[in-house]
Design a protein around this ligand. Structure first.
Ligand code: CUA
Length: 338
């Protein structure tokens, strides 16, 4: 686990502002909605309380000394010079050591409780693969493949639901961070890291890549969509279906499949089987495009296909230089992928 240094975060935010794009807020760490985030929140409150107490003692003593021993009138005598006190030396050595031991043990307890959690037999397994600059999401048990929006069922006292995530990277180091659900966990090339979440509330939780990974790091956004078990099952069933083969889309499909889109993207049930870019089989079921950069609307989809570099400069999808007929047909076809 690593954390983005504050200066780097500020620079990222400034870079996004410089590119003229919206800064997307991530969730609030003070409103945890899953066990790992709640444990981290409680620990941080303990650390904050201990630090606040130390601050009050030190600032209080300092203020008292300044006021009590300030120069009075025209008294110019030098105060008594005290050289060393064993009692004070022992006190300010032992007390900080005790405080550090308490904080270390409290932290170790939380880290161990989160890291050593083993997956119950019925837990949801998900593989998340970081790419520059998007998230590939695979559900090995159902075979569902999606991108940038992780769907999981809500966890209730009556029906606890844990999602175990195996984190990998296809290129450089990334970090999975959805503040309301868990701490950061890195995605490292040639290594599998693990984390788990048990969201207690339905809804959409925003996250972000938290490890600098190149030009569009700040636009490597992430959504966790927490659903009721029934809604999650419906979503899974819909994602497993092949792309529709509506005969009215014949021309549009033929155009899409004739272009080199297919060497990077998969559309299930067709000859498009590329894996370099996001799986498009159910593109219209996602709320955003470009890993959270723009809402998934017909106008934005058209603008993205026309020139992805204008929207997310440096991203690995080139401008395909489509003519307007090709553009219309590709957008028509993609719009049918519900
Ligand atoms: Cu991926 Cu930063």
């Amino acid at each position: 686990m690593t954390s983005c240094p504050r200066v780097a975060c500020l620079l990222c935010a400034m870079a996004v502002v410089a590119f003229g794009q919206t800064v997307h807020p991530v969730g609030n760490i003070f409103d945890p909605q899953a066990t790992p985030a709640a444990s981290i929140y409680r620990l941080s409150m303990l650390v904050l309380a201990v630090c606040a107490a130390i601050f009050l003692v030190v600032a209080g003593l300092l203020t008292f000394t300044i006021v009590r021993f300030r120069r009075k009138g025209d008294d110019r005598r030098e105060p008594a010079q005290v050289y060393g006190s064993n009692r004070i030396e022992i006190a300010w050595t032992v007390l900080p050591i005790l405080i550090v031991i308490v904080l270390t043990m409290a932290t170790a307890r939380v880290v161990i409780a989160i890291q050593n959690k083993s997956a119950p037999a019925n837990s949801l397994q998900v593989k998340v693969i970081g790419h520059q600059w998007w998230w590939e999401i695979r559900y090995p048990d159902s075979g569902v493949v999606t991108a940038n929006e992780l769907h999981v069922p809500v966890s209730t006292a009556a029906k606890p639901a844990l999602a175990f995530l195996k984190l990998e990277s296809a290129d450089v180091a990334h970090s999975f961070w959805v503040p309301q659900l868990s701490g950061k966990t890195d995605l490292i090339p040639n290594r599998t890291n693990q984390m788990w979440i048990d969201p207690r509330q339905e809804g959409t939780f925003l996250g972000n890549c938290a490890e600098y990974c190149g030009m569009q790091h700040a636009n490597m956004l992430l959504r966790v969509i927490v659903q009721s078990p029934a809604d999650f099952d419906n979503w899974t069933a819909a994602q497993k279906a092949d792309a529709p083969s509506d005969s009215r889309l014949e021309a549009a499909r033929a155009t899409f499949l004739s272009l080199s889109c297919t060497s990077c993207h998969t559309v299930s049930g067709t000859s498009a089987t590329g894996t370099f870019g996001p799986d498009l089989s159910h593109l219209m079921s996602r709320t955003t495009l470009g890993s959270g950069v723009i809402p998934n609307t017909p106008e934005n989809l058209r603008a993205w296909v026309k020139d992805p570099q204008a929207i997310k400069p440096g991203n690995l999808m080139p401008n395909m230089q489509l003519n307007s007929r090709e553009l219309d047909e590709v957008v028509t076809y993609l719009s049918s992928l519900k």
